[in-house]
Design a protein around this ligand. Structure first.
Ligand code: C2E
Ligand code: MG
Ligand code: MG
Ligand code: MG
Length: 290
């Protein structure tokens, strides 16, 4: 089950480790030392410009290849690693690995692509987080503007005063900030006011569930984002209809299995020309239906 489902495609042992009757304690024991044993890998999922179909970046997504448990989803182990204060070390590895890959893309066939890196709440709250980021960018010889840090609303709101200062420092450094899972965490829009962020990333829930009012939520987020001068990303695009709808609603950037699955770095880069071509065909069809 935890093996590959088709070429290049991992099937997770997953959010349902419970269903596999693997005790949490077992996972925890395995997780300790996983970094030192080299059991983490990064996958990269493309982000496309919804007007041009160009791949503008990749989101770095962490995977844990456990010898005994199989492929474990970050949805399972990141919260656990957070609670056990293991995300600091893992997060630093993620950042450096993703930036090193971004450097190879930009030095190669994709000179303009950026990379998006997810940052956990505790990692974001570490006092030396900003200097870690600055150092990693320097070591990789990368322009800070090609890095986007994805933070969840809850990570930002949890400690709003400190968060604001950290965000200002990151902005001064030239790094971009996206609010991930947007629409799922904020208790009040007031907490968003004046936050130095660049991008709102609409949570998959709004993109995928066919509730009548989801389209209204998406439209509201797009309008809010644009009126604040922010770009809006839609994640979880799984078919051409979703692509069409989100484009029509004015989303700036799209991401999802239909556009491109998360892949190992080399494969992700090699997949770019074909996926850009497909997205452009879809866009042309939308412009001239029938
Ligand atoms: P996220 O940042 O919201 O990432 C998007 C998740 O949606 C990814 O799951 C991605 O594989 C999945 N996804 C993308 N397109 C589609 C689609 O069309 N359909 C569906 N059903 N899913 C799609 P993944 O890789 O399992 O990551 C889950 C969460 O784990 C991420 O949510 C993020 O919060 C966290 N995460 C992943 N990598 C890292 C990391 O390096 N550090 C930290 N702190 N958290 C991470
Ligand atoms: Mg993310
Ligand atoms: Mg997200
Ligand atoms: Mg999400």
């Amino acid at each position: 089950e935890a093996k590959q489902a088709g070429k290049n495609r991992w099937r997770f042992a997953s959010a349902d480790l419970n269903a596999l009757h693997v005790p949490q304690a077992n996972i925890e024991v395995q997780l300790r030392g996983a970094l030192e044993r080299g059991e983490f890998v990064m996958y990269y999922q493309p982000l496309v410009d919804m007007q041009t179909g160009t791949v503008v970046g990749f989101e770095a997504l962490l995977r844990w290849v456990s010898p005994s448990l199989g492929l474990v989803s970050p949805a399972v182990f990141v919260p656990m690693a957070e609670a056990r204060e293991m995300m600091g070390g893992i997060g630093r590895w993620v950042l450096r690995t993703a930036l090193r890959e971004a450097k190879t893309w930009r030095d190669g066939d994709l000179p303009d692509v950026g990379v998006s890196v997810n940052v956990s709440a505790t990692q974001f709250e570490t006092p030396d987080f900003v200097s870690d980021v600055r150092q990693a960018l320097e070591d990789c010889d990368l322009n800070p503007a090609c890095l986007t840090l994805e933070l969840t609303e809850s990570a930002v709101v949890a400690n709003a005063t400190t968060a604001r200062v950290t965000l200002q420092e990151l902005k001064a450094l030239g790094v971009h900030i996206a609010l991930d899972d947007f629409g799922m965490g904020f208790s009040s829009l007031g907490q968003l006011r004046g936050l130095p962020v660049n991008t709102l990333k609409i949570d998959r829930v709004f993109v995928q569930e066919s509730h009548g009012d989801n389209a209204a939520f998406i439209q509201a987020i797009v309008t809010l984002g644009h009126s604040l001068g922010l770009s809006v990303v839609a994640e979880g695009i799984e078919d051409p209809q979703m692509l069409r709808q989100l484009r029509a609603q004015g989303c700036d950037i799209g991401q999802g299995f239909y556009v491109g699955r998360p892949l190992a770095s080399g494969e992700a880069v090699r997949a770019v020309p074909a996926l850009e071509q497909q997205v452009r065909i879809d866009f042309a069809r939308m412009a001239n239906p029938g």
